[in-house]
Write a protein that binds this ligand. Structure first.
Ligand code: GRF
Length: 192
């Protein structure tokens, strides 16, 4: 609690590729007094990402980066992050795999949210796989990003119960509700 007094917010970036509901949730969190982050830039590899609308809505700068050449893309991103003095990165539905060099450069400072109870169901289409395997539980995980996909140290997890009526769609909704809770909590855990 003490550390919240005179808290200097960590200059952060959020990387997205799609809808951006976690981005929106993180922005709302970041403007609270007791949040340890201030979001200074939104980065997307996809100019059509719906979540980019939150840039205008909340007056946060955005950059769209073409990933055709990953090395160039990451060099560009790095420049932007240095210029903006970014010290913390939240991946929120970012669909590109960052290089080892990039990840090492921000070791301990990049986190991600994944829609499963890691280490189970790494990678894509988690909800479909979970339903297909008739799992009783699923959930979400916030973890540090390491050089291996969805394998970095776990910061926080939340479980949801699956009923036999659940579809991929309903499970996604259930899990996302939990995501909006734990992403901010995990950020506090890391930074405060
Ligand atoms: C989330 O479910 C997250 O777990 C995964 O991608 C999804 C992004 O959703 N990494 P949104 O773009 O935040 O709505």
């Amino acid at each position: 609690m003490k550390r919240l007094i005179g808290l200097k917010k960590t200059r952060s970036a959020v990387f997205i590729s799609g809808t951006g509901s976690n981005l929106k949730n993180l922005i709302k969190f970041s403007i609270k007094k007791n949040s340890p982050i201030s979001i200074k830039i939104i980065i997307s590899n996809n100019r059509k990402a719906k979540g980019l609308k939150y840039s205008d809505q909340y007056k946060i700068k955005k950059k769209i980066i073409n990933f055709k050449n990953q090395k160039h893309a990451e060099t560009k991103i790095l420049k932007i992050l240095l210029k903006k003095k970014i010290n913390f990165i939240c991946l929120a539905g970012f669909m590109k795999i960052l290089s080892k060099n990039f990840i090492k450069r921000f070791k301990g400072k990049i986190i991600n949210i994944h829609p499963s109870l890691l280490p189970k169901y790494k990678g894509l289409n988690t909800h479909a796989k979970v339903i297909k395997n008739k799992e009783k539980f699923s959930g979400c995980t916030v973890h540090f990003v390491s050089t291996k996909l969805d394998s970095g140290k776990i910061i926080m997890q939340k479980k949801v119960k699956i009923s036999n009526k659940d579809s991929v769609f309903s499970l996604k909704r259930k899990v996302q509700k939990k995501e909006y809770k734990i992403y901010p909590e995990a950020i506090k855990k890391v930074l405060i």
